[in-house]
Design a binder for this molecule. Structure first.
Ligand SMILES: Nc1ncnc2c1ncn2[C@@H]1O[C@H](COP(=O)(O)OP(=O)(O)OP(=O)(O)O)[C@@H](O)[C@H]1O
Length: 319
């Protein structure tokens, strides 16, 4: 039996004026699971991640609901039961305070501990994420850290108060490949150590394959497909997921990179009545251009596609 949802999102809609950028998302995140949100740039991933923390940009209006189990006020839980690891670690750290002081302040704002005890916890948290010589580095400023170390410090900040949910929005975008792996490993270890669920926003299906239990594939503000990551990536039922997978490098002797998905996603103010993916979809027929498909259950996952039953295996036939 799957455990009860920790985060419940129902019909989430985010608009700027009359233009909807997130168009009716429903999903649950369960305790301790890794829930990945994947899709191309502009799909609405960051807006969705921020809505989970009650942090929408100015000018945005939201509809639907986001609930954290056991809490009536989501915004009051930010930094406590639900925390953010942002894309850009610099934006999360103040340039004018030593890193250790910032961590200790985060501890003291949530728990009634002495300065000395908060300081000890801050140094221990930096040590846990692999900052060398943590007691000394705690006294340094963010600009004295490398990019990878800064991102690890932000992970320490996001986990030091043992939250129930960590939301990581493309936490490795600013890093090179080697540091990316390190940071993802640290994030996975810390999540495990504090027993939090992780909502991991990424555009990288390899990251999903490696880290996620559940995946939400977003296209143009909606769910194209959502379900257990192993099933969705093993045999996608949305042509969009299949196209993303087909673009990944293949293993084996014929290792190569297949052509990326042709075309680009539509802007939120340029959507027609049909499926938003139809202009790029090799399976599109007239009904796809006329009517947006409703999500339905196929093969153990939710999929929004008129042709979900006809999607060929992307690693064999679909490019
Ligand atoms: N502050 C804003 N004002 C107006 N429109 C916005 C704003 N932020 C986002 N949008 C619109 O919402 C869409 C989705 O944005 P979002 O940042 O969630 O995409 P994303 O999937 O996270 O993309 P990326 O991977 O590039 O971060 C954007 O394409 C844009 O049209």
């Amino acid at each position: 039996m799957p455990s009860e949802a920790l985060l419940s999102v129902r019909d989430l809609r985010i608009a700027f004026g009359a233009v909807e950028a997130v168009r009716g998302l429903t999903f649950d995140v369960r305790p301790r699971e890794v829930f990945a949100v994947v899709g191309e740039s502009g799909a609405g991933k960051s807006l969705t991640a921020r809505a989970l923390l009650g942090m929408l940009p100015r000018g945005a209006t939201a509809g639907g609901s986001v609930r954290l189990r056991g809490s009536a006020d989501l915004a009051a839980e930010r930094g406590r039961r639900i925390t953010l690891v942002p894309q850009d670690a610099l934006s999360a750290l103040s340039p004018v305070h030593p890193v250790g002081d910032q961590l200790a302040a985060a501890v003291r704002s949530v728990r009634g501990l002495s300065r000395g005890r908060a300081r000890d916890l801050a140094v221990a948290a930096l040590d846990r994420v692999g900052i060398p010589d943590a007691a000394r580095r705690a006294r340094a400023y963010p600009h004295e850290y490398s990019g990878g170390m800064r991102q690890r410090a932000v992970i320490a900040m996001a986990t030091v108060n043992e939250p129930d949910v960590v939301v990581a929005d493309e936490p490795t975008t600013a890093l090179d490949e080697e540091r990316r792996e390190q940071v993802l490993r640290v994030l996975a270890e810390q999540r495990e150590a504090v027993g939090a669920a992780l909502v991991l926003v990424t555009h990288d299906l390899e990251v999903v394959r490696e880290h996620a239990d559940q995946v939400l594939v977003m296209y143009a503000g909606r769910a194209a497909e959502r379900g257990p990551a192993r099933q969705v990536l093993g045999r996608p039922r949305a042509p969009y997921t299949a196209g993303l997978l087909a673009s990944l490098p293949q293993d084996g002797p014929r290792r190569r990179r297949l052509p990326a998905l042709p075309g680009t996603p539509p802007a939120p103010d340029a959507l027609g009545p049909g499926c938003a993916f139809a202009p790029r979809c090799p399976l599109a027929t007239d009904p796809c251009r006329d009517r947006e498909p409703e999500p339905r259950t196929v093969d153990g996952r939710l999929v929004a596609c008129h042709h979900a039953d006809d999607v060929p295996d992307p690693l064999r036939e679909f490019v």
